[in-house]
Design a protein around this ligand. Structure first.
Ligand code: KG4
Ligand code: ZN
Length: 343
């Protein structure tokens, strides 16, 4: 069974091909980083236009890499939400056209769930119940995956997403876009104890997090130091800020796993590429005797293989989407995409 997956929710035009749910045959990404870099962030109109130009060549390249033709594809999966409306539309329209022309089922995929389910390509099919930390540019959620395949949100950010906090602080420090990887790299040369930034909400019950206070504290601290004429060591600021976010995410996730008696944690989403988060989560889960599943970095950030893998799961369960499925920019992690059973 071969499923082709299309991802255009943000700034990567990506196409993956997955065989039998767990074998990745292709994972091609046409990155738009250079197009958006001059603006310091993703420009929605620029993203949609680039997806339009790149979608067909990216599909062709994925077919070439996997050594198959379009006729070999058994189902077409596509991210139908959440994401940028115009960007999603390009992928959804392209996938519909492909499914119609090939007379194959179309499968709409929830991008956030795909970040979690992609783990099966390297670690085998996930065995719920388990816990996932989904940390991306727009989302920060602690979720329980139930045996019936449902996603139940236990906690989320009350304000900024983790990736958003990384990107905003990177912009403030003049590091440019994309911010997360730049802070990660700079922090390696810094002292994480140099600045004592707050770890918001850790003294409160539950699994929600709040990151905007931390961001404000960093900005205020830097302005104070600059006003006092003190030299600011950027790697120290990056390392201290990163350490504070990582502390919050690791503490909340491990507490949720232990309290909810879930023996496995999946780390998912673009921020899961962060080297310090991977290191600290590995140590904390080992100490709490919890199994940790971490996809490799190229499968943490947006890619097409995650969409193909998730589509393959739905296809194997006999599910598909009607051809009038619409892009849903605000789709939540615990909302399933509209699916019907194959008649
Ligand atoms: O999942 P993703 O690729 O796209 C969305 O669905 O949003 O996540 C992108 C986010 C961006 O905010 C980016 O700065 C962040 O993931 N990110 C990182 C790292 N790599 C990507 N944040 C921290 N450290 C990294 N190494
Ligand atoms: Zn994503």
């Amino acid at each position: 069974m071969l499923v082709l997956g299309i991802e255009t929710s943000c700034d990567e035009t990506a196409v993956g091909i997955v065989e039998d749910r767990t074998t990745m045959r292709a994972n091609v990404i046409a990155s738009q980083v250079e197009l958006h870099a001059p603006y310091g962030g993703v420009v929605p109109e620029v993203a949609a236009r680039a997806h339009l130009e790149q979608l067909q060549p990216t599909i062709d390249e994925a077919l070439r890499v996997s050594g198959i033709t379009l006729q070999d594809v058994d189902a077409v999966a596509v991210t139908s939400g959440p994401g940028l409306a115009g960007a999603l539309l390009v992928g959804v329209a392209g996938a519909k056209a492909l499914a119609l022309a090939l007379e194959r089922p179309l499968i709409g995929v929830n991008h956030l769930r795909a970040h979690v389910e992609v783990a099966q390509l390297e670690h085998g099919l996930l065995e719920p119940p388990l816990l996932a930390l989904v940390v991306s540019g727009g989302h920060t959620s602690i979720v329980r995956l139930d045996i019936d395949g449902g996603f139940h949100q236990l906690g989320s950010t009350l304000d900024d997403a983790a990736g958003e906090a990384f990107d905003k602080i990177a912009r403030f420090l003049g590091l440019g876009y994309p911010g997360g990887p730049r802070i990660d790299a700079l922090a390696r040369e810094g002292d994480p104890t140099a600045h004592d930034y707050p770890r918001p909400m850790l003294d409160q019950p539950g699994y929600d997090v709040s990151l905007s206070g931390l961001k404000t504290a960093v900005v205020r601290d830097l302005r104070r130091l600059e006003a006092a004429g003190t030299d600011v060591v950027l790697p120290d600021v990056a390392a201290s800020f990163q350490e504070a976010i990582v502390d919050v995410l690791v503490a909340r996730t491990v507490a949720a796993a232990v309290t909810e008696e879930l023996g496995t944690v999946v780390l998912a989403g673009g921020v899961a590429a962060n080297s310090r988060l991977r290191e600290r989560m590995t140590a904390a889960c080992a100490e709490a005797d919890v199994r940790l599943i971490v996809p490799s970095i190229r499968l943490c950030t947006d890619n097409g293989a995650m969409v193909a893998a998730t589509g393959a799961n739905r296809f194997a369960a006999g599910l598909y989407s009607p051809l009038d499925i619409v892009a849903d920019p605000g789709l939540g992690l615990d909302e399933p995409v509209q699916l019907a059973r194959v008649p």
